[in-house]
Every structure is written in C-alpha cells, then in structure tokens.
Design a protein around this ligand. Structure first.
Ligand code: PLP
Length: 344
C-alpha cells in the first residue's frame, strides 16, 4: 500500500442533496463542476441522479460531456460558461444546455443551434458573468420567444447572511425577470440558507453537497488516510524537515507519511493542523514538503500504519482555516495521486 486513500462517501453526498432539497421550496439541481469539486464528477453525478437530481451544472462544455456519459440521456446538463467558440459540436453531441451570458453568445447560439435548449445568465451585481440590465433589455424581446429553459443569476455574498448585497441582488433579479415566463434560479448553497425568497424555481447547490460551509449541517463526505513510510526515533534537540523549523522537545518518535503539498495539502497549513491516529491528534513535526509530511507519534501506543489528515477530528473547513482559504479550494485541490475509493 503506497498511495494515500481518499474515501468518498456517496451516501453522505446524496443525504446532503436531500437535506438541501428539503430546505429548498422548489426543484433542487446539483453543481458538479471541477470534477465534482474534486471528488469525481461521474460517480458523484450518478449518486445524485439516484437521489433525485434532474438538473446538473458544470463550468465548461468538456465537463458536461463527462457528466452526460455518466448519466445517459435525460437529465439537463447546464454549462455556466455558456456557448463559447468551439463548443458547438460538444453541445450537440452531448445535448448540453448553455447558460448564455452575453448578447454575442445569444446570437452565436441562435445562429448555430436554433433548436438546442439554452438558458440566460444575468448579472445582478457580481460583475463576473451574465448580461447586465441594459444588454438584457436590448435582447430579451427577440430572445424570450425562443423559450429559455432557465433564467439565472448568482449571488456574490450569500455566505454572509447579513450582507446588504444579498437583498440588493434579490431585488435586481426579481426586477429583471418580473415578467419573464421561464423558470428562474438565483441561489447556490449559501442562497438556499437565506430562505425561500431566494429560491425561485430552481436552486443550484455545490459545496454543501460535498460537506463544506456554509452548509453547517452537512455530513462530511471525504476522509483522507496517508500511509506511513517510515518511523524513526529522534533525540531531544534534533530537528526535523526543511529549514530545521522543528526541534524535538524530548526524545520522540516521528512518522513520515506519503503525501504533501503536491497533493493539495497546502504548505501554509502545516503549523496549524495535526495528523490523526483514530481520534488521537499527532502534531506535525516540521514543514509539509512536496511528497512527505512528518508527525510526532510518540504518544501512540502502537506504531501507526496510516495517519489521517481529513476525518472526524479535522474536516475540510478546518484544513481550509489552517491554510487561510476556503473548503472549496481544499476539495478542488485534492490530488490525482490519491486512490479514490467510493462508499455508499
Ligand atoms: C459554483 C456555482 C454554484 C454552486 O455554488 P456553491 O457555493 O458551491 O453551492 C452555483 N451557481 C454558479 C453560477 C456557480 O458558479
């Protein structure tokens, strides 16, 4: 056993979808972009389809092709980047549904694929993707008769419930779509938690499905166990790792495991995390290096065969805090060297 094992709990992901679906006063889709937030888009999408999801979203058309292969015909697969140059063949071959985000994309789509389902993406203040009010006003008259399957926008501050931006974007979205006769969607995970005013006809959770904040009630969906390569005795006063940053305060035993920052275990989190043997924390000894991490296992009764870095004692958001980032980045950085094992 040489590779670290990333265990992905598909039943936790399905439960998280069901919980967010219960909180949503409308249909609930599933966002599986970035390879299902690092957990494997095909497996995750199949589990979510079994739980009841009928609409899926990815960032770009290439990801949509993977999800279509996993799901077969039927479910909608929406593309947040819309219909970009060069996407037409993929959209046709895999029956993808682009969320058109500019007048240029609308014309491009109507010209090339007048019969292919599409949605509109509006910008309500985030200034990232989508048509602003003036552009929308100019094209809606000619494009609404083409019957979009969705009109959507995205919230910039939904993980901060008290942020005034939420209400501002809600007002803007309601205004821009007041007389639109098509299903509407505004909310991702954070927006679902803001309450039913934000739900419209479809919610689009991503990170909450995978056990991340802001969905505090999520079931954790990942565990990561790292194999111990070597255990050594280190005398008081000796140092461990690059830069001699850690000095043994007593005679101790140091275990070195096979994973490092090349696997998405961000170097900066080192001083703030532990590895775990069951529920016993083993503090890191020295810096996280590219392929290796060392930890002080002196207090364990038995020499460990593996140590865990993601599990009940330390979740995705704890690692994120330790690195000064967000759970989304921890999940989507989980490395390709891990052996992915699926449960449930
Ligand atoms: C990523 C994304 C989502 C999902 O967001 P989460 O915060 O992960 O729930 C929904 N909609 C759009 C447009 C996105 O880019």
């Amino acid at each position: 056993m040489s590779a670290a094992i990333l265990t992905i709990d598909l039943s936790a992901i399905a439960d998280n979808w069901r919980a967010l679906n219960r909180l949503s006063t409308c249909e609930t889709s599933a966002v599986v972009k970035a390879d299902g937030y690092g957990l494997g888009a095909a497996r995750v999408a199949r589990a979510l389809a079994e739980a009841g999801a009928r609409r899926f979203f990815v960032a770009v058309a290439e990801e949509g092709a993977v999800v279509r292969q996993a799901l077969g015909p039927g479910p909608m697969i929406g593309i947040f980047s819309g219909h970009m140059d060069g996407d037409t063949d993929l959209i046709a071959a895999h029956d993808l549904t682009p969320m058109l985000n500019s007048a240029e994309q609308v014309l491009h789509h109507m010209e090339r694929m007048p019969a292919q389902a599409f949605g509109f993406q509006l910008d309500t203040g985030m200034n990232r993707l989508g048509m602003e009010a003036a552009e929308w006003a100019a094209i809606r008259g000619i494009s609404l008769p083409a019957s979009p399957v969705l009109v959507m926008s995205h919230l910039a501050c939904a993980d901060e419930p008290d942020h005034p931006m939420n209400a501002r974007q809600l007002r803007e979205f309601a205004g821009m779509t007041a007389d639109v006769d098509a299903p509407r969607s505004l909310s991702a995970t954070g927006g679902i938690l803001l309450g039913k005013d934000y739900h419209f006809d479809l919610t689009r959770p991503g990170v909450g499905l995978y056990g991340g904040l802001p969905f505090v009630d999520a079931r954790p969906a990942v565990a990561l166990d790292l194999p111990v390569i070597q255990i050594r005795d280190v005398s008081a006063g000796e140092t461990v790792g690059y830069g001699n940053t850690w000095t043994a305060p007593r005679d101790c035993r140091i275990a070195t495991v096979a994973a490092g920052y090349a696997d998405g275990l961000i170097r900066a989190m080192g001083p703030n995390i532990s590895l775990y043997s069951g529920d016993v924390p083993c503090p890191l000894a020295g810096r996280i290096s590219m392929d290796l991490i060392s930890a002080d296992v002196t207090d364990l009764a038995q020499p460990p065969e593996t140590l865990s870095i993601l599990g009940p004692g330390q979740g995705v958001d704890a690692l994120a805090d330790a690195a000064g980032t967000i759970g989304y980045e921890i999940l989507t950085s989980l490395g390709p060297r891990y052996r992915r094992e699926y449960r449930g």
